[in-house]
Design a protein around this ligand. Structure first.
Ligand code: KIV
Length: 252
């Protein structure tokens, strides 16, 4: 599949999904891309970070997302240690494609691996800035000059290799703007400000499942965690006071 994310001359919209039902809902909204992110580790599997997520976890969830998203391109996130060698990267990227993804995301600048996959025609989404698979802690990256220059250089290299888009995570918007203006591939920001070509959020975060996680960039568009709790408490009350099931919800 060839991605042409800028063809409509508007911002690109990407969200994550990890299961069939959410993918089906996202598919009905007409967003541009669904990322099966390794944020799966935190929001689905309950780990503190993405470092324990395996290729098996990712393939299992990519298959579920592919069953729900019939029209929206899916990108599978290559988890930690899945592309340490060219051989592993090719094998694992192909597993994502067989699971229903149209491309894969690779964190950081790994020239040998990225070039090998691109040579085989596998669409690659780059990812620079904060790199959760190797970061010691989650923080803004690229504020100091040297770090900012390295991120810009990596983005420019990835662009030259031919990635179809690059995620910019947690960097100052001035740096994101500079990268966006310096490269051909569209940029998709998360915590990277207003000047990226598109935006991505983790679906559970933007839907407000967990109110304890509050990075500055995160806007919650609803508070589903609260709504779910309210519904469960009501169900519990109605079972206890025997108002559920009533006649309407009973087979006669
Ligand atoms: O794993 C993920 O969800 C991501 C996004 C934050 C871009 O990499």
């Amino acid at each position: 599949m060839k991605f042409d994310l800028l063809k409509e001359k508007r911002k690109i919209v990407m969200l994550t999904a990890y299961d069939y039902q959410m993918a089906k809902i996202l598919d009905e909204t007409g967003i541009d891309l669904i990322l099966v992110g390794d944020s799966l580790g935190m929001v689905v599997l309950g780990y503190g970070d993405t470092k324990k997520v395996t290729i098996e976890d990712m393939i299992y969830h990519t298959k579920a997302v592919a069953r729900g998203a019939k029209n929206t391109p899916i990108v599978g996130d290559m988890p930690i240690n899945s592309c340490n060698t060219v051989e592993d990267a090719l094998k694992n990227a192909n597993r994502f494609l067989e699971a229903g993804a149209q491309g894969v995301k690779i964190e950081g600048n790994k020239p040998e691996v990225i070039k090998a996959l691109l040579d085989k025609g596998i669409p690659i989404m780059g990812h620079v800035g904060l790199l959760p698979q190797t970061a010691e802690r989650y923080r803004l990256k690229g504020k100091d000059k040297a770090e900012g220059e390295k991120i810009l250089k990596d983005a420019m290299e990835l662009d030259q290799f031919g990635v179809f888009t690059i995620v910019l995570e947690c960097i100052p918007e001035s740096l994101a703007k500079k990268i966006t203006e310096s490269i051909e591939a569209p940029t998709i920001g998360i915590g990277a400000g207003r000047y990226c070509d598109g935006q991505v959020l983790v679906i559970n975060d933007m839907l407000g499942f967990d109110e304890d996680f509050s990075p500055k960039y995160l806007k919650r568009y609803t508070y589903l965690g609260r709504e779910i709790k309210k519904a469960i408490v009501k169900f519990k009350e109605e079972v206890l006071n025997e108002t559920y099931p009533d006649g309407e919800h009973t087979y006669h």
